[in-house]
Design a protein around this ligand. Structure first.
Ligand code: RB5
Length: 152
Protein backbone atom coordinates (compact mmCIF):
# COMPACT_ATOMS: atom_id res chain seq x y z
CA UNK A 1 0.00 0.00 0.00
CA UNK A 2 1.50 3.31 -1.05
CA UNK A 3 -0.25 6.48 0.07
CA UNK A 4 -0.31 9.51 -2.25
CA UNK A 5 0.16 12.60 -0.12
CA UNK A 6 -0.42 16.19 -1.23
CA UNK A 7 -1.26 19.65 0.05
CA UNK A 8 -1.37 23.26 -1.01
CA UNK A 9 0.45 25.94 1.02
CA UNK A 10 -2.47 26.06 3.50
CA UNK A 11 -1.94 22.39 4.34
CA UNK A 12 1.83 22.18 4.10
CA UNK A 13 2.62 22.03 7.82
CA UNK A 14 0.03 19.34 8.47
CA UNK A 15 1.28 17.38 5.45
CA UNK A 16 4.75 17.32 6.99
CA UNK A 17 3.30 16.07 10.29
CA UNK A 18 1.33 13.32 8.57
CA UNK A 19 4.39 12.38 6.57
CA UNK A 20 6.31 11.95 9.81
CA UNK A 21 3.52 9.73 11.17
CA UNK A 22 3.60 7.56 8.03
CA UNK A 23 7.36 7.19 8.38
CA UNK A 24 7.04 6.19 12.06
CA UNK A 25 4.43 3.60 11.10
CA UNK A 26 6.58 2.41 8.17
CA UNK A 27 3.79 3.12 5.72
CA UNK A 28 5.04 3.76 2.18
CA UNK A 29 4.02 7.07 0.65
CA UNK A 30 4.73 9.32 -2.30
CA UNK A 31 4.80 13.05 -1.64
CA UNK A 32 3.21 14.99 -4.51
CA UNK A 33 4.04 18.35 -2.90
CA UNK A 34 3.93 21.14 -2.22
CA UNK A 35 7.38 21.47 -0.75
CA UNK A 36 7.12 24.94 0.82
CA UNK A 37 4.53 27.44 2.07
CA UNK A 38 4.81 29.46 -1.15
CA UNK A 39 1.22 30.21 -2.29
CA UNK A 40 -0.03 27.80 -4.96
CA UNK A 41 -3.33 26.57 -6.43
CA UNK A 42 -4.90 23.59 -4.64
CA UNK A 43 -6.51 22.12 -7.81
CA UNK A 44 -3.04 21.28 -9.19
CA UNK A 45 -2.06 19.14 -6.19
CA UNK A 46 -5.51 17.58 -5.80
CA UNK A 47 -5.43 16.48 -9.43
CA UNK A 48 -1.93 14.98 -9.10
CA UNK A 49 -2.96 12.91 -6.05
CA UNK A 50 -6.28 11.86 -7.59
CA UNK A 51 -4.55 10.69 -10.78
CA UNK A 52 -1.96 8.76 -8.76
CA UNK A 53 -4.83 6.85 -7.14
CA UNK A 54 -6.96 6.24 -10.25
CA UNK A 55 -3.85 5.41 -12.29
CA UNK A 56 -2.82 2.75 -9.77
CA UNK A 57 0.49 4.30 -8.70
CA UNK A 58 -0.90 4.60 -5.17
CA UNK A 59 -3.67 2.69 -3.42
CA UNK A 60 -5.16 5.72 -1.67
CA UNK A 61 -4.52 9.42 -1.13
CA UNK A 62 -4.47 12.05 1.58
CA UNK A 63 -5.06 15.67 0.56
CA UNK A 64 -4.75 18.71 2.77
CA UNK A 65 -5.54 22.37 2.25
CA UNK A 66 -6.65 25.12 4.64
CA UNK A 67 -10.15 23.71 5.04
CA UNK A 68 -9.95 20.43 3.11
CA UNK A 69 -12.90 21.67 1.05
CA UNK A 70 -11.09 22.81 -2.10
CA UNK A 71 -9.02 19.66 -2.48
CA UNK A 72 -12.02 17.38 -1.86
CA UNK A 73 -14.13 19.20 -4.46
CA UNK A 74 -11.38 18.84 -7.07
CA UNK A 75 -10.57 15.20 -6.26
CA UNK A 76 -14.23 14.24 -6.52
CA UNK A 77 -14.31 15.55 -10.11
CA UNK A 78 -11.92 12.75 -11.12
CA UNK A 79 -13.86 9.59 -12.09
CA UNK A 80 -13.11 6.77 -9.67
CA UNK A 81 -12.23 9.05 -6.77
CA UNK A 82 -14.33 9.01 -3.63
CA UNK A 83 -12.83 11.76 -1.49
CA UNK A 84 -14.13 12.20 2.05
CA UNK A 85 -13.54 15.35 4.09
CA UNK A 86 -13.28 14.11 7.68
CA UNK A 87 -12.60 16.10 10.81
CA UNK A 88 -13.56 13.42 13.32
CA UNK A 89 -12.62 9.76 13.71
CA UNK A 90 -16.21 8.48 13.41
CA UNK A 91 -16.53 10.01 9.93
CA UNK A 92 -13.11 8.66 8.98
CA UNK A 93 -14.17 5.12 9.96
CA UNK A 94 -17.48 5.41 8.12
CA UNK A 95 -15.85 6.92 5.05
CA UNK A 96 -13.91 3.66 4.69
CA UNK A 97 -16.36 1.06 5.95
CA UNK A 98 -19.46 2.40 4.19
CA UNK A 99 -18.20 4.62 1.33
CA UNK A 100 -14.89 2.94 0.50
CA UNK A 101 -13.36 6.40 0.24
CA UNK A 102 -10.02 6.23 -1.55
CA UNK A 103 -8.99 9.80 -0.70
CA UNK A 104 -9.06 11.45 2.73
CA UNK A 105 -9.25 15.26 2.80
CA UNK A 106 -8.21 17.31 5.83
CA UNK A 107 -8.15 21.00 6.71
CA UNK A 108 -5.04 22.23 8.49
CA UNK A 109 -6.86 25.38 9.63
CA UNK A 110 -9.80 23.42 11.05
CA UNK A 111 -8.31 20.79 13.38
CA UNK A 112 -5.06 20.29 15.27
CA UNK A 113 -2.31 17.88 14.26
CA UNK A 114 -3.06 15.39 17.07
CA UNK A 115 -6.62 14.79 15.90
CA UNK A 116 -5.56 14.86 12.23
CA UNK A 117 -3.05 12.06 12.81
CA UNK A 118 -5.67 9.98 14.68
CA UNK A 119 -8.07 10.48 11.77
CA UNK A 120 -5.37 9.27 9.37
CA UNK A 121 -4.66 6.26 11.61
CA UNK A 122 -8.33 5.25 11.79
CA UNK A 123 -8.90 5.84 8.08
CA UNK A 124 -5.90 3.75 7.03
CA UNK A 125 -6.80 0.91 9.39
CA UNK A 126 -10.47 0.54 8.51
CA UNK A 127 -11.66 -1.78 5.76
CA UNK A 128 -14.65 -1.60 3.44
CA UNK A 129 -17.65 -3.64 4.65
CA UNK A 130 -18.97 -4.39 1.16
CA UNK A 131 -22.41 -6.03 1.01
CA UNK A 132 -25.18 -3.45 0.75
CA UNK A 133 -22.52 -0.73 0.86
CA UNK A 134 -20.90 -2.29 -2.20
CA UNK A 135 -24.14 -1.90 -4.12
CA UNK A 136 -24.33 1.76 -3.12
CA UNK A 137 -20.72 2.48 -4.00
CA UNK A 138 -21.28 0.79 -7.38
CA UNK A 139 -24.10 3.27 -7.94
CA UNK A 140 -21.63 6.12 -7.50
CA UNK A 141 -19.81 4.64 -10.51
CA UNK A 142 -23.09 4.53 -12.42
CA UNK A 143 -23.62 8.23 -11.76
CA UNK A 144 -20.11 8.98 -13.05
CA UNK A 145 -20.70 6.94 -16.21
CA UNK A 146 -24.05 8.57 -16.85
CA UNK A 147 -22.67 12.09 -16.71
CA UNK A 148 -19.50 11.07 -18.56
CA UNK A 149 -21.69 10.00 -21.47
CA UNK A 150 -23.77 13.16 -21.25
CA UNK A 151 -20.66 15.27 -21.82
CA UNK A 152 -19.51 13.35 -24.94
C1 RB5 B 1 -5.76 28.88 0.61
O1 RB5 B 1 -5.75 30.14 1.19
C2 RB5 B 1 -7.09 28.19 0.89
O2 RB5 B 1 -8.10 28.79 0.19
C3 RB5 B 1 -6.99 26.72 0.55
O3 RB5 B 1 -5.99 26.13 1.30
C4 RB5 B 1 -8.23 25.88 0.82
O4 RB5 B 1 -8.70 26.08 2.12
C5 RB5 B 1 -9.28 25.92 -0.17
O5 RB5 B 1 -10.30 25.22 -0.09
Amino acid sequence: MEVALGSDHGGFILKQQILKFLEQEQIAYHDYGVFSQEPCDYPDIALAVAEAVTGGDCSCGILICGTGIGVSIVANKVPGIRAALCHDTFSARMARSHNNANVLALGERVIGPGLAVEIVRVWLNTGFEGGRHGRRVDKIGSVERRFGRALE
